[in-house]
Design a protein around this ligand. Structure first.
Ligand code: RIB
Ligand code: CA
Length: 311
């Protein structure tokens, strides 16, 4: 079966990094580009981090397209307290050898979509994808499907209502949710079923690879933040769920939904209303409902073990 042509729209971000490294090691995917967006940190840093991750994995073949610096709905906030000031756990990095394309994210996605059917995995705020729809509405004819990490069926993680990727740019999310394309949403209630623990960090370190070492190092502050915040060191693999869905579409149980975003409201801004009523069973928008973490972690470990080891 031909590999799925994929662009990952991202705001790396520590969990973005795991998702990206997983995608790059998965033969089911042909990762054409990383397009970057403001989110966990500003777009200058998310773009540098995309270059760092492609240099780390030796993937000079993958393009980097810089995207939007400001949410459509106006400046909001970052998640530097979770991901570090640089967005990747504040490790020291040498200057990346992978550069940035002169083409911006939106034009890169549009060009590559017109060449052949394309899947988009959006694991940051949806500003780039909304801008793509506004600038090139015909793009939907060339997109096989969009898989996003975002939203929450119940409680948010920035406010009680809003999950971070939606909270940063609710206006963009509303545009993407209303788009005439197939959309699969991996919300917090799904992603919290997928997590790594300290045994997995030890596994990464025992790979004796640059990739394993770097991921373990950047995940450590992520675990410390989670311990301070919720009292355990679970490493929630939010963004990897969007990639896992593209790698193996049968792994995550999904339901048809009607999906809407609250852009008004004071307390509810950024809330996602995901109606799973039977009326929406055949909707072209689906929500991830259930995932087996053991199967996910097994695949993740296998894929990360394919990176070159020093021994
Ligand atoms: O709410 C989780 C999302 O917000 C993930 O994409 C993570 O990277 C953070 O940006
Ligand atoms: Ca992210």
């Amino acid at each position: 079966m031909a590999a799925t042509r994929l662009i990952i729209d991202t705001d790396p971000g520590v969990d973005d990094a795991v998702a990206i490294v997983l995608a790059l090691a998965s033969p089911e995917l042909e990762v054409l580009a990383l397009t970057t967006v403001v989110g966990n940190v500003d777009v200058e840093k998310t773009t540098l981090n995309a270059r760092r991750l492609l240099t780390l994995t030796g993937r000079e073949d993958v393009l980097v397209g810089r995207g939007c610096a400001t949410p459509i709905g106006g400046a909001s906030g970052t998640a530097a307290e979770v991901h570090g000031q640089d967005g990747l756990g504040d490790l020291s990095w040498s200057e990346p050898t992978v550069g940035e394309a002169s083409e911006d994210a939106v034009e890169m996605i549009y060009r590559l979509a017109k060449e052949a059917p394309l899947t988009l995995a959006a694991i940051g705020p949806l500003t780039n994808l909304a801008t793509l729809l506004q600038r090139h509405p015909d793009v939907v004819e060339h997109i096989e499907r969009v898989v996003i990490m975002g939203g929450a069926s119940f409680e948010g993680n920035v406010t009680a209502a809003a999950e971070f990727n939606i909270w940063v740019d609710p206006e963009a999310a509303a545009i993407v949710f209303a788009g005439n394309w197939k959309l699969d949403i991996m919300p917090l209630d799904l992603t919290h079923q997928a997590f790594l623990n300290d045994d997995d960090l030890s596994y990464l370190r025992n790979l004796k690879s640059e990739v394993g070492d770097r991921l373990a190092a950047m995940l450590e502050p992520y675990a410390k933040f989670h311990e301070e915040w919720v009292g355990n060191r679970d490493l929630i693999m939010h963004d990897a769920m969007a990639i896992y869905e593209v790698i193996n579409p049968s792994a995550i149980k999904k339901s048809g939904v009607k999906a809407e975003v609250e852009t008004g409201g004071v307390l509810s801004r950024g809330a996602t209303w995901l109606s799973r009523s039977f009326h929406h069973a055949e909707s072209s928008t689906r929500v991830g409902v259930e995932v087996d973490n053991e199967n996910f972690v097994k695949l993740l470990r296998e894929r990360l073990a394919t990176y070159p080891s020093r021994v």
